[in-house]
Design a protein around this ligand. Sequence first.
Ligand SMILES: *Cc1c(COP(=O)(O)O)cnc(C)c1O
Length: 375
Amino acid sequence: MTSSLTKPIVPFFNYPAVFSSQEDLFIETFREVGRRGAFILQKDLEGFEKSLAAYSGVRFALGVANGTDAIYIALRAAGIGAGDEVIFCSHTFIATAAAIHLIGATPVAIDCGADHMMDPSKIEAALTHKTRAIVPTQLNGRTADMDAIMDIANRNGLIVVEDAAQALGSKFNGRCAGTFGIAGTISFYPAKTLGAFGDAGAILTNDEAIYQKCRQLRDHGRNEAGEIVDWGYNSRLDNIQAAFLNVKLTTYDQEVATRRSIASRYQQMLGTISQLRLPPAPDSDSRHFDVFQNYEIEAERRDELQAYLKENGVGTIVQWGGKPVHQWKRLAVRGDAPYTDALFTRCLLLPMHAHLTNDDVHYVCETIRHFYDKR
Ligand SMILES: *Cc1c(COP(=O)(O)O)cnc(C)c1O
């Protein structure tokens, strides 16, 4: 195989393709919205919110500026704040913990389990008299065991807000990620399964009071009458982004189907390599419907494999810049997560997006096979 490639053969993600795949349609959308002068809180946003709520099977969806704002706005609307402790899984983006911290609460890290999701059996040991909420991350396009998490939450009087930034349309027992707790949050960062052309996010909820509160918080604490009723933020989802997301939502099921078929091909071609542990295959567990935001494998000699893939033009990533939240020493996050510590010497994201060709997937798999064959 060739080495020292200047241009990757299979980049980790293909940003230009997100736009160019439907360029004419996006340009037409931009022109149409632009000519209407419809920039802030217009009908495209309202339409997207309705479609997103219907898609997720929830009463309300509210567009906000990004997936991080979505978490702290939802937590604040649920009454979480100073003095409260909030349990989260350390195998998540810093945004989950930062949202908890920035509203004055204390993030408490717990471990993930074999499927890389929050391990419900670790929750109870982390409870104190100050614990008020659990924020499970619906990671990699999979939904955690929400039966177990909701059961513990209900028995202990805790609120659940799901960080479903990576999991739009992912299901557990037929129900969408982001719809189990009092609220769930979605990110439309460009590399997410439903990506905007910039930052965007949403809050899902079945609770009308939470919806109204989030609506106020995202728009300077203003109510419907324009009166200021609380300290709020400017966290509106841009109308033009909502218009683009509306277009993309109509073909989102196809996006998910493509990702699931790529996951099946990875499973087929990598499943026999004993040095790897693969994520659950698309139809391996009838309780789960995964949308494969990411394809996170565990690999022996992970760093060597990653370097070898890079040499051969395959882009990969160790999630979160290489460390789960509790390992960032400067933040001094409470809690420990030994399973996650071990996982982070082994985990690696392979390319996973709808613009991968069969040849791309084949090349990635052959390169991995070659790495383990030759040593
Ligand atoms: C992307 C992501 C976020 C943050 O979303 P932004 O829209 O980038 O603010 C939060 N949590 C998780 C797990 C994510 O993957």
